[in-house]
Design a protein around this ligand. Structure first.
Ligand code: SAM
Length: 472
């Protein structure tokens, strides 16, 4: 097997030998200041870096250069994403699963976890609860089970979610995190109007991947790794990739992740829409210390910074697997989307107390959505509930060109302010409402075009009068 970024074979575009050579090369140059300076100079052009150069930055052991890496990541994040943070919540539909993933409590051999699958009535109740928190964007999650959770079930759920209108609420974007499937099924998901199709690679190391997935359809490394190519063939052009950090060596995973992004860009002309950086967490019968690749919070943040520099146009997602403290640090370095008020159990949003019996992993940040919104604003961010891009046809390379043209500030920024205004009126506590109004007043001035600023002012008045869902 030889490395070939354009190959459609998993083991050629995620090539073990190339990854090992990359990690070795990075280790050999971790103190090579001349090379690191040269890489940083190129990175400052904001056109990204390939997996080799980015791996050298990740390995760098010079304190001054590490600080430069962090500063550059922060600056790139500001340039492309401003101070907006998009909010979403996961919605667990079913924990029936036929796979044997060793890190996931939904694995088939787990006989004591309660198995649950939402009926359409229960999906509707969960959606009402999520709308009442203020959510507009969901990521649906399900185990893999062709009998209990066939694609028809997932499609029914998507239809139900989009159909629920409760008070001023609406779910305007449904992202989908389900197991690798066929081109035909991806086409059906695309036709159902999904946002991003998300699938974590878990680990790019084939040998370890096969050991961690000993049974079930997910055992097939090639089928899993080539899923995004099938998704794109099925018409989905916003795909989200990710690694479950802790399963394998982080430097190996980092190189694999970037090689995957390079492959999608080379073959389909558009890289991943998002990259997620989950870490293995404690869950029902799962003990994260069983996997001896856990990484420090510092290295975790460095990975995020290096991803930001390597793929400036790709959104980055951090979930409530991480504590408020880690989230605060990592958001600054390049994260553009976070979940808030999450429950990782099937049917969890309808319960008064957080249920643990069907949870996929323990949540470290258990604040309410209002508390998360409040915290973000106090830290200088604009919480955004925007879902405009894919509804305006700005997906795939059309989204990327918006990013590259710098027009985001005339588009995403106003959309963030208008959707924040909706949240403040419909769902926020008094304190959050007060801070939010100040944020909006201040941030309107940062819309570059005067004409856009005037329209936003008019629309904010209309939102206060009861109108909803304005967007650029
Ligand atoms: N079942 C689908 C699949 O196999 O891709 C996707 C949904 S699964 C509910 C979502 C993700 O949760 C998995 O891809 C995995 O990375 C992550 N996950 C599983 N167990 C976890 C754990 N113990 N801690 C943190 N994340 C976990």
């Amino acid at each position: 097997m030889k490395y070939d970024v354009r190959s459609m074979k998993a083991e050629e575009f995620i090539n073990d030998e190339e990854i090992r050579e990359t990690v070795k090369y990075a280790g050999e140059h971790k103190n090579d200041i001349e090379l690191i300076d040269e890489i940083l100079k190129r990175a400052k052009e904001r056109k990204g870096l390939n997996h080799r150069d980015a791996s050298v930055l990740l390995a760098c052991s010079n304190e001054d250069k590490i600080k430069e890496i962090y500063d550059l990541a922060e600056q790139i994040k500001k340039d492309f994403y401003g101070n907006r943070i998009v909010l979403f919540a996961p919605l667990y539909l079913s924990n029936y699963c036929v796979n044997g993933c060793l890190y996931c409590p939904y694995h088939m051999k787990n006989k004591h976890i309660t198995r649950k699958k939402l009926t359409q009535e229960e999906v509707a109740r969960e959606v009402v609860a999520l709308q009442d928190m203020g959510h507009k964007r969901l990521a649906i999650e399900a185990g893999e089970d062709p009998v209990n959770n066939p694609i028809e079930y997932i499609l029914d759920c998507i239809n139900t979610i989009y159909s629920i209108r409760h008070k001023n609420g609406a779910i305007r974007r449904v992202n989908v995190n389900i197991a690798a499937t066929t081109v035909e099924n991806y086409r059906r998901l695309h036709d159902a109007g999904i946002g991003t199709y998300i699938l974590f690679q878990e680990t790019y190391n084939k040998k370890n991947y096969e050991a961690l997935h000993p049974t079930g359809p997910k055992h097939d490394y090639a089928y899993h790794t080539e899923a995004m190519d099938r998704a794109m063939e099925g018409g989905i052009d916003d795909v989200g990739i990710g690694v479950l950090f802790g399963l394998d060596n982080y430097a190996y995973e980092f190189a694999g992740l970037l090689m995957h992004a390079e492959h999608l860009e080379a073959v389909h002309g558009v890289g991943p829409h998002t990259i997620s950086v989950p870490r293995v967490k404690h869950a029902d019968d799962i003990d994260p210390t069983d996997f001896d690749n856990s990484l420090s919070d510092d290295m975790f943040c460095r990975i995020a910074a290096c991803i930001r520099i390597a793929v400036p146009y790709t959104g980055m997602i951090i979930s409530t697997r991480e504590s408020a403290k880690v989230r605060e640090k990592i958001i600054r370095l390049g994260v553009s989307q976070i979940s808030g008020g999450s429950r990782t159990s099937v049917g969890g949003y309808c319960e008064d107390e957080r249920p643990h019996d069907t949870e996929q992993f323990d949540v470290s940040d258990d604040r309410t959505l209002d508390e998360v919104v409040n915290w973000l604003m106090r830290a200088g961010y604009i919480p955004s509930f925007c879902t405009a891009c894919y509804r305006e046809g700005r997906t795939g390379d059309r989204f990327m060109s918006l990013c590259k043209s710098g027009q985001i500030q005339n588009c995403c920024h106003p959309n963030a302010l208008m959707t924040l205004k909706e949240f403040l009126i419909d769902y926020a506590s008094e304190d959050t409402g007060r801070i939010g109004e100040e944020v909006i007043e201040r941030e309107i001035e940062n819309i570059p075009k005067e004409a856009v600023r005037d329209i936003v002012r008019e629309r904010l008045v209309k939102i206060a009068e009861g109108d909803r869902d304005f967007r650029f």
